[in-house]
Design a protein around this ligand. Sequence first.
Ligand SMILES: Cc1cc2nc3c(=O)[nH]c(=O)nc-3n(C[C@H](O)[C@H](O)[C@H](O)COP(=O)(O)OP(=O)(O)OC[C@H]3O[C@@H](n4cnc5c(N)ncnc54)[C@H](O)[C@@H]3O)c2cc1C
Length: 396
Amino acid sequence: MKHRIVVLGAGYAGAFAAGNLARRLSPADVEITVVNAVPEFVERMRLHQLASGQDLAFRKLADVFAGTGVRLRLARVTGVDPGRGTVAVTGGDGDGELAYDTLLYALGSSVAHHGVPGVAEHAFDVTSRSSALRLRERLAGLGAGGSVLIVGEGLTGIETVTEVAEARPDLSVALAARGELGAWLSPKAGRHLRSAFDRLGVTVHGHTDIEAVEPRWAIAADGRPIPAEVTVWTAGFAVHPIAAASGLEVAGTGQIVVDRTMRSVSHPDVYAIGDSAYAIGDNGRPLPMSCASAGCTGKQATGAIIARLTGGEVPTVALTYVGNHISLGRRDAIFQMVDGQVRPKSWYLGGRPAARLKSGVLRGAGLGIAHPTFGMPKRRRRLANEPDRAGAGAAA
Ligand SMILES: Cc1cc2nc3c(=O)[nH]c(=O)nc-3n(C[C@H](O)[C@H](O)[C@H](O)COP(=O)(O)OP(=O)(O)OC[C@H]3O[C@@H](n4cnc5c(N)ncnc54)[C@H](O)[C@@H]3O)c2cc1C
């Protein structure tokens, strides 16, 4: 019987990992199935562009995996039973159950409401294609002078507010920042950011905690109402509750706790990568939810799975985070390098060169998924007679 590898989620982490496994393991021994809720590879890093009205075509996953041997199951994952080695799915071909020998969990994340009243009912977000399209439609229906408030001064908030302001100069666009805008950037990059906001006419409400969202305004902690016909919530990502409900060991964030090889610390047949994984980077801190983390955790997990199944040595992939690359509309960006302790280095790249670099990064990530097996050794490895499936003696 073939070894069944089931990959949950075909985002940046899961799609690339599935292709990598298919390229390097023999189809005579291994059956790889990817489960994804939607038929396209959604480039989440471009969803603020989609929301602002740009036309983006996302690749069909069926095309991505054509000829790789990977089986695609379009369905929504509703549960994992790591004791029985099964995954419950619904949709597509109906409700069902998939059995696995090795599970690679890569379901990503969605918006974090933090329990703030009115967010779920009235706010928009850009964490999934459907929510970005909802916002796009709402913005299109907003007349000149309409007010838009983006809540959150993280990367997604900054990218979203600048994109909306650039696309719709007729709107009154503002950002609510809990602290000081760009405080985590180097002084020069911070100045660059603030001048970009001035150029785009974005109002910043600094040191402002939003405590409630209503249909026409957001309420700050001091009781001040901030006009907002549209509130966009970008105050963090949250993982799906499926992992915690399944009995896998999870962190306070709900992410699956993994060892250095991305293997669940509670269930050795389960690996987690991307936003879903609580993985400690080489600097001793949890890796941030990011595309870069999706890449390195995916490479580390697939390397470990292949080595354990084929009797090879588990490779050590660097788990590092080098910097933040933030788009400021289509013609400006900031690339801020960080040190091992995630402190900003004094050097940064800004303006059009940074925008071109960011655009190259996005294209590269998209192409990497479109050709998930490109550039990898074609040699396919056969399974060892007694592969380390249950983790006995596994070395990190
Ligand atoms: C607007 C925006 C801009 C961003 N910009 C950047 C950036 O510039 N740089 C950066 O590093 N990061 C950026 N990020 C973060 C980055 O997109 C994520 O960290 C990255 O997508 C994580 O990859 P992943 O594979 O773990 O999850 P995802 O890419 O979210 O993939 C998860 C996959 O699982 C599927 N899925 C989810 N739930 C289910 C279910 N129940 N059943 C079946 N399938 C399911 C989804 O459809 C999806 O295909 C941005 C995010 C957003 C929203």
